[in-house]
Design a binder for this molecule. Structure first.
Ligand code: ADP
Ligand code: MG
Length: 259
């Protein structure tokens, strides 16, 4: 089982879109995939058709109430793809957990129960470096960082890298960077090109060759509760996530990052 945290403390950079579409594409490649929705906004849950009324047990119960993973997970309409849904309940976790000694290990402990059931677990993180994200980083084997081409993108990234270094020095020595994926990329846009050039210069091999283009189909698909490979399989967005999934699988898992 590979546990991959999809993390960037900035909102709107494509974390949830990547969790849903990378998850669905890997599921189509016959991997058994679980998405853990760790964002109180629950966008991954909604985008995969799990209505808020159907979220009986959620990742809140998993982390704070000791619910079993198998009781929280629900199937999706996509074969091989399941999700542990989230609701706004999760937004109070930082406060509620502040006095618990094991508060950064809760997700890791919850995932231990799932051994062998899933090949790949993708954690859709909230847009912050809160306790929820720390739980994801402690539980994860690696981190996948969606990077939107915009002016402060790389500054935000160095803050994230520092957090990952802290986690590596303390609670999760083996965590590595799976890679940085450029999202909402537009090759005609100067800033997009500049951010890509800077990212590749600074991070080298860590940046996935695959870029996710800005594509309206990717934006539309969640409102139909579908991943893009089901909503519009021939779209550029669909092809990009298939490429990303293939690149992810092909990468050397032993690769160590320089930062
Ligand atoms: P995050 O989870 O990081 O906050 P989202 O994945 O929710 O970001 O994306 C933010 C918004 O941008 C959403 O409305 C989403 O549908 C849209 N979006 C994400 N990626 C793309 C893309 N490649 N092309 C077009 N729209 C996108
Ligand atoms: Mg999100």
């Amino acid at each position: 089982m590979r546990v991959i945290g999809i993390t960037n403390q900035k909102g709107g950079v494509g974390k949830t879109t990547t969790a849903i579409n990378l998850g669905a594409t890997l599921a189509a490649m016959e991997y058994k995939v679980l998405i853990i929705d760790l964002d109180p906004q629950g966008n991954a849950s909604t985008g995969l058709g799990v209505d808020s009324t159907d979220r009986e047990l959620t990742t809140y119960d998993l982390l704070l109430e000791g619910a079993a993973l198998r009781d929280v997970v629900v199937p999706t309409d996509v074969a091989n793809l399941a999700i542990a849904p989230a609701t706004t309940d999760l937004s109070s976790t930082d406060v509620e957990l502040s006095s618990r000694d094991n508060r950064i290990f809760l997700l890791k402990e919850a995932l231990h129960q799932s051994d062998k059931l899933y090949d790949i677990v993708l954690i859709d993180c909230p847009p912050s470096l809160s306790l929820l994200t720390v739980n994801a980083l402690v539980a994860a084997d690696s981190v996948l960082v969606p990077l939107q081409a915009e002016f402060f993108a790389l500054e935000g990234l160095s803050q994230l890298m520092l957090t990952i270094r802290d986690i590596r020095e303390t609670a999760n020595p083996s965590i590595r960077i799976e890679g940085v994926v450029l999202t909402m990329h537009d090759p005609r846009n100067n800033l997009s090109r500049q951010v890509e050039e800077d990212a590749r210069k600074t991070l080298g091999q860590l940046v996935f060759k695959t870029r996710i283009p800005r594509n309206v189909r990717l934006g539309e698909a969640p409102s139909f509760a579908l991943p893009v490979i089901a909503y519009d399989p021939t779209s550029k967005g669909s092809h990009a996530y298939i490429d990303l999934a293939q690149e992810l699988i092909a990468r050397q898992t032993s690769q160590k990052e320089p930062v």
